[in-house]
Design a protein around this ligand. Structure first.
Ligand code: GLV
Ligand code: MN
Ligand code: MN
Length: 447
């Protein structure tokens, strides 16, 4: 470590091998702690984005396919233009910003989503979206050229709180959803097709949003962890190994609405009593198996919902998640057996229809390595970990090798106005993304 380059590398407190230094230099990355991205500009843009759909609690409600989201999309499209990107929307409402590469190669895609859950926070999705745009702006300022064309993507309706389909925009792009979803209605009776029209798209052409096989060189996404591991261990960068799969069902327990005062206890067909036992059965079956699987009933809607009427109908979703799709199926079989037992005892009929199905996905090892190297070049330690949240990235797994960078979530809180990632952690994540993009660009599609 005698050269001046060597001194700055030594100052990181980590030893960079000469092979890594060569790879960094070839990829136009400074192998030291000097940031390429502008952390203040990034913070400013994230703070501005948090005004769209802001709640009194400080977080946002910015559902996919909503007026609030349309306004936020416009703001983000402006950021893309400032970064010199050519902006376009696909037929599903996903927003893309394009930057040419110097060779005729497939696109290196990176980004995230800006829609939130109901009463969500200001970092889930926003960080990876605005961070990706900041990366392209910093590349422009550095005069860095890439071999691959680069595209920033803002996926639509990742959270799926509208229409019940998580990773909806990326799922359409990956080809898992087709015209069958166009007639799906929301609570106001508006359909997916209605919303595509509001986004200026022709629903008849929704599947034009599919990304052709071979069109992508790789996909990268920066995201908050949404769990406690990095925060607890005080590790600034997570390297995602895999993303859990998810299945959801919509269930209706049908009983009989009757007089609460005159119907004897043994003659009732109480749909809410059955649904209550069902949701506890979900919890108990999921808990009874060893493993990290999780199961949730997020709400119960009861009809007619009057103080002196026995509930005749209860509607509820069931959601199961695990890294192993077969385990989800096995657990669902057991849950259904329990539901049948409850039905018989409560004189109720419960039927469930599939609502969503997202396959688990493993990240690519060479993408993991690029993220580790990018972090190492900055002197940042990393931790390997799975994602318990579903991600747009797992839809991209069907089209290209992918990698994900996680940064800490304070106290592991997410899907809450209390969701927070410190500004230094935000900046670290975006800088690691900058470097990983360049490392992947330099290494992929070499003859
Ligand atoms: C989205 O963040 C999800 O995991 O539901
Ligand atoms: Mn997210
Ligand atoms: Mn989320």
């Amino acid at each position: 470590m005698k050269s001046s380059l060597g001194k700055s590398i030594f100052a990181l407190g980590v030893i960079l091998t000469s092979a890594l230094v060569n790879r960094l230099v070839e990829a136009q990355v400074q192998p030291n702690e000097k940031f390429h991205i502008n952390s203040q500009r990034l913070q400013g843009a994230l703070e501005k984005l948090s005004e769209f759909g802001r709640n009194p609690e400080g977080g946002v409600t910015r559902l996919g396919y909503s007026d609030t989201q349309l306004a936020a999309r416009k703001y983000v499209a402006g950021l893309m233009e400032q970064a010199g990107l050519q902006v376009r929307s696909d037929a599903a409402g996903n927003l893309f910003g394009h930057r040419d590469g110097s060779e005729k190669l497939p696109v290196l895609l990176f980004g995230s989503h800006i829609d939130s859950v109901v009463k969500g926070g200001n970092f889930d999705g926003d960080l990876g979206s605005v961070g990706a745009i900041e990366v392209t702006r910093a590349l422009k300022e550095a005069g860095a050229k890439t071999r691959h064309p680069l595209e920033v993507v803002i996926w639509e309706n990742e959270e799926g709180n509208h229409f019940g389909i998580s990773t909806m925009g990326s799922g359409i792009a990956a080809g898992i959803w087709g015209p069958e979803i166009l007639t799906r209605k929301d609570e106001r009776g508006e359909t997916v097709a209605d919303w595509l029209r509001k986004y200026g798209q022709d629903p008849a052409h929704m599947t034009d949003a599919r990304i052709a096989p071979g069109a992508l060189a790789a996909y990268l996404e920066l995201h908050i962890e949404q769990g406690p591991n990095l925060d607890e261990a005080r590790i600034p960068i997570g390297v995602v190994q895999g993303i859990v799969g998810l299945k959801r069902w919509h269930c209706i327990a049908s009983g009989f609405a009757n007089h609460a005062g005159t119907t004897p206890m043994n003659r009732r067909r109480d749909a809410l009593a059955a649904a209550s036992r069902d949701l506890l059965a979900v919890r108990d079956v999921v808990r009874a198996e060893p493993g990290r699987q999780v199961g949730t009933v997020g709400y119960v809607k009861v009809e007619p919902g009057a103080v002196n009427v026995i509930p005749g109908r209860a509607e509820f979703p069931v959601e199961l998640r695990d890294l192993d799709a077969a385990r989800i199926d096995r657990i669902w079989e057991k849950i259904q057996t329990k539901f049948r037992e409850v039905d018989a005892e409560e004189h109720v009929e419960t039927s469930c229809v599939p609502l969503d199905d997202i396959a688990p996905a493993r990240t690519d090892e060479s993408m993991q390595a690029a993220i580790r190297e990018a972090a190492k070049s900055l002197g940042l330690p990393t931790m390997d970990l799975p994602s318990g949240a579903v991600q747009d990235a797992q839809q991209m797994a069907k089209l290209a090798p992918f990698g994900m960078i996680f940064v800490p979530s304070r106290d592991g809180i997410s899907h809450s106005p209390k969701e927070f990632t410190s500004w230094p952690d935000v900046a670290n994540g975006a800088e690691v993304l900058y470097r990983a993009v360049l490392l992947v660009d330099a290494a992929r599609d070499r003859k």
